[in-house]
Design a protein around this ligand. Structure first.
Ligand code: NAD
Ligand code: UDX
Length: 437
């Protein structure tokens, strides 16, 4: 099948590449010339493990190409996916759909034959119908249908998630559209991955409800972690104890500094806005947003407390700035609030992130940038782990002690064991776990 993928960000580039790996002929389109030019040079503009090899292999095989020419890409496609951004709109938290609607208009102008137009972007209920209306208004003569196929991949594990998903959700209104989607996902369909066919609106809502549920799960365990700290209980034991109940499940129960990233914060806000719009208040989601927002500031307070109540004049070594490991994405990362709060409290920040530095340098001010964990720790009064990159999981504690001014660590991802850290001679603070006396 011939596919056009509009938008080559984290979702568009991964999905387009994976569809080409499935054997389809895929043209990825972006209006950002830097992005397309770097892809044409064989350089991948984002960090996503395994993506570079997969892109190069499929480009070489002639199944994957990149262009800014949306007209030609759409004219040659059986299915056109819209994978552009849907960021939070300033003020009301609703999804900004301007990129989706602009893409819909451009697609409409380029249609030459029956085409299935599929929204892969995360969009509020009703967006697919509006895309349909825009295309119909722009091109009353065009033969097309609109479907919804939300994407559930996680950054850092995007290829695996796309290739081996728990399920594929397709909102489609006709047999023809369903057949096309089934053919697109044929390798998964053959492997008996559940492919759920629903209405357009249902597919749109499944995506938001799924993300909000996961964000709620994380926020729930984060609050339980706060309680654990007060009652001398280890949150990891509680998470295991509840997670083994099949009705709850053990995933997404890692307590930490609060969820971040390009999806959970904006999607919970957009879902809450949809609830308000339809007079069906989603008070759990509203509370999750509020609790998670406040948590980031509370993590800065945790660092201040670990430093004896003040960080004025102190030097803090920060390891990890991205919202999670294995990505260079800084969008809504907890570090964006924790680091400036510590700077405002008078601290000097030394920092390092394995893949996020390029982006981070544009977002933070007055940071002493370092090249690895040990350089970051040199001369610091405390070491703070914000993101659990693998390379931070086995630091040489003896070496760290010689580099730090004092052996103090605040581990916001619980990647070390309190007993081991005590043994190593550290004053060690983590999330929801009692310190070893
Ligand atoms: P992104 O910001 O990384 O990329 C979007 C790309 O679309 C940009 O390169 C932009 O230049 C391009 N674009 C915008 N308008 C265009 C147009 N008219 N024509 C061609 N290109 C255009 O976004 P992303 O993180 O890939 O997210 C895309 C969508 O997928 C969002 O709705 C998001 O919520 C959803 N989603 C994201 C993830 C994730 O992990 N990032 C996961 C699931 C779903
Ligand atoms: C998320 C969804 O998981 C994915 O299905 C959707 O398509 C896009 O949004 P992503 O944001 O890439 O994916 O990463 P994810 O692994 O879900 O982590 C999101 C945030 O939650 C990160 O800040 C992470 O650190 C945090 N998190 C996750 C926790 O704090 N605890 C957990 O147990 C899991």
């Amino acid at each position: 099948m011939r596919v056009a993928m509009i938008g080559t960000g984290y979702v568009g580039l991964v999905s387009g590449t994976c569809f080409s790996e499935f054997g389809h002929s895929v043209t990825c389109v972006d209006k950002n010339p830097d992005r397309i030019n770097s892809l044409l040079r064989g350089e991948i503009p984002i960090f996503e493990p395994g993506l570079d090899d997969l892109v190069l292999r499929n480009v070489k095989a002639g199944r994957l190409s990149f262009t800014m020419d949306i007209k030609a890409a759409v004219a040659n496609a059986d299915a056109v996916f819209i994978g552009v951004g849907t960021p939070s709109r300033r003020g009301d938290g609703e999804a900004d759909l301007s990129y989706v609607y602009a893409a819909a208009k451009e697609i409409a102008e380029a249609l030459t034959h029956y085409t299935l137009i599929v929204t892969k972007s995360t969009v509020p209920v009703g967006t697919g119908r509006e895309v349909e209306r825009i295309i119909r208004e722009t091109r009353p003569d065009a033969e097309f249908e609109v479907a919804s196929n939300p994407e559930f991949l996680r950054e850092g594990a995007a290829i695996e998630d796309f290739m081996r998903p728990d399920r594929v959700v397709c909102g489609a209104g006709s047999d023809r559209a369903r057949e096309l989607l089934r053919a697109l996902y044929r390798p998964l369909y053959i492997n008996e991955t559940p492919i759920l066919f629903t209405t357009l609106e249902t597919a749109e809502l499944i995506k938001y409800a799924g993300n909000a549920f996961l964000a709620t799960k994380i926020t729930f365990i984060n609050e339980i972690a706060d309680l654990c700290e007060k009652v001398n209980v280890n949150v990891q034991d509680v998470a295991r104890g509840i997670g083994l109940d099949g009705r709850i499940g053990g995933k997404f129960l890692h307590a930490g500094p609060g969820y971040g990233g390009s999806c959970f914060p904006k999607d919970t806000n957009a879902l809450a806005a949809t609830g308000r719009k339809f007079d069906a208040p989603l008070s759990i989601v509203e509370t999750v947003i509020d609790v998670n927002d406040k948590r980031k500031g509370r993590m800065a307070e945790k660092v201040v407390a670990a430093c004896g109540g003040s960080v004025k004049g102190k030097t803090i070594a920060v390891l990890g700035l991205t919202f999670k490991p294995e990505t260079d994405d800084m969008r809504d990362s907890p570090s964006l609030e924790i680091v400036p709060a510590l700077q405002s409290a008078g601290a000097t920040i030394r920092a390092f992130d394995p893949e996020g530095m390029h982006e981070a340098k544009k977002l933070f001010k007055d940071i002493v940038w370092c090249d690895d964990g040990y350089e970051t720790a040199t001369g610091a009064d405390v070491l703070v782990i914000i993101t659990e990159w693998n390379q931070f999981r086995a630091l040489d504690m003896e070496k760290l002690k010689t580099l730090l001014r004092a052996p103090v660590m605040v581990d916001l991802r619980n990647i070390y064991k309190p007993a081991e850290m005590k043994q190593a001679g550290f004053r060690y603070y983590s999330v929801g776990r009692p310190p070893v006396q």
